[in-house]
Design a protein around this ligand. Structure first.
Ligand SMILES: [Zn+2]
Length: 273
């Protein structure tokens, strides 16, 4: 057999294997995972740790359980600074993260591989640019998301979200919203959207972001956590927190923004409040 033919055969086998893995093996593995019953202990944890779970209609409750089951079978959790990751931690994080994709495809989280959990706020190196000079400084963080499929969370802040489901802060929703933003390859505050929805999103969010920044500059009371005014990517993440935690207030303050988020998430959280 000529070297060229050997190479062509090898390439064909490699491509066939990749296609099988991407389109068949993963789905087969997921179907097999979902044949296992959802553990009762995890259901109890969802009730205790993910307040919105108890208010979901039965079909969405079941869907959340299925997504949590897949999430916990595929993502790796690491405890940092001596923190011990147990089922309570894993179900709390998976339950909130999967809320965001409850009416979307589970494949939205295919690129998320690992979740690092610190016991509380942690130090990380931040970069800032002043003209041509790039400097670094130590920052205290409660969470972060990376385009490399990693989410970092402070457990103290996760617990705050569990205890205050109506507040404007939920670090888990926030960081996983960033992961959805990354789906189209850029952290620009616009998750993947198509056609008319993309155009409408652009217009609505640009106007709302501008209005938020203007009202903060003029020292008016803002309709959103001011952190959302730092950059468009944060605007989307903070809006996502408000959409799920304070949907009635957000719909009242910014009906068009609420409608755009409802189109993207394919959910109306005012129905679960
Ligand atoms: Zn953020």
């Amino acid at each position: 057999m000529s070297p060229a033919l050997t190479f062509a055969l090898f390439a064909a086998v490699a491509i066939a294997f990749a296609v099988f893995y991407l389109f068949f093996y993963r789905n087969w593995r997921r179907r097999r995972e979902l044949q296992r019953p959802f553990p009762r202990a995890w259901r109890k944890l969802l009730v205790a740790q993910v307040p919105i779970y108890g208010r979901l209609p039965p079909a969405l409750k079941q869907k959340l359980e299925q997504y949590v089951q897949l999430f916990l079978s595929e993502k790796t959790f690491y405890g940092c600074d001596g923190f011990e990751v147990d089922d309570r931690v894993r179900v709390t994080i998976a339950g909130h993260a999967c809320l965001l994709i409850l009416a979307r495809s589970y494949s939205d989280y295919d690129e998320v591989r690992s979740i690092l959990v610190y016991p509380g706020p942690y130090f990380a190196t931040g970069y800032h640019q002043d003209g041509y000079i790039v400097g670094t400084e130590q920052e205290v963080r409660s969470g972060e998301a990376s385009t490399f499929g990693q989410v970092v969370l402070s457990w103290d802040d996760c617990e705050f979200a569990v205890r205050h489901p109506d507040s404007e802060h939920n670090v888990i929703l926030h960081e996983f919203a960033h992961q959805l933003d990354y789906l189209d390859g850029s952290a620009d505050g616009a998750p993947p959207l198509s056609g008319a929805l993309a155009q409408q999103w652009q217009q609505t969010m640009t106007d709302a972001y501008g209005e938020l920044r203007r009202s903060l500059r003029q020292h008016h009371e803002s309709w959103l956590d001011p952190y959302g005014a730092t950059e468009p990517a944060e605007f989307f993440a903070v809006l996502t927190e408000a959409f799920f935690q304070q949907p009635t207030q957000l719909r009242q303050a910014q009906p068009e923004v609420y409608a755009a988020l409802r189109e993207f998430y394919r959910l109306d959280p005012t129905a679960f409040k």
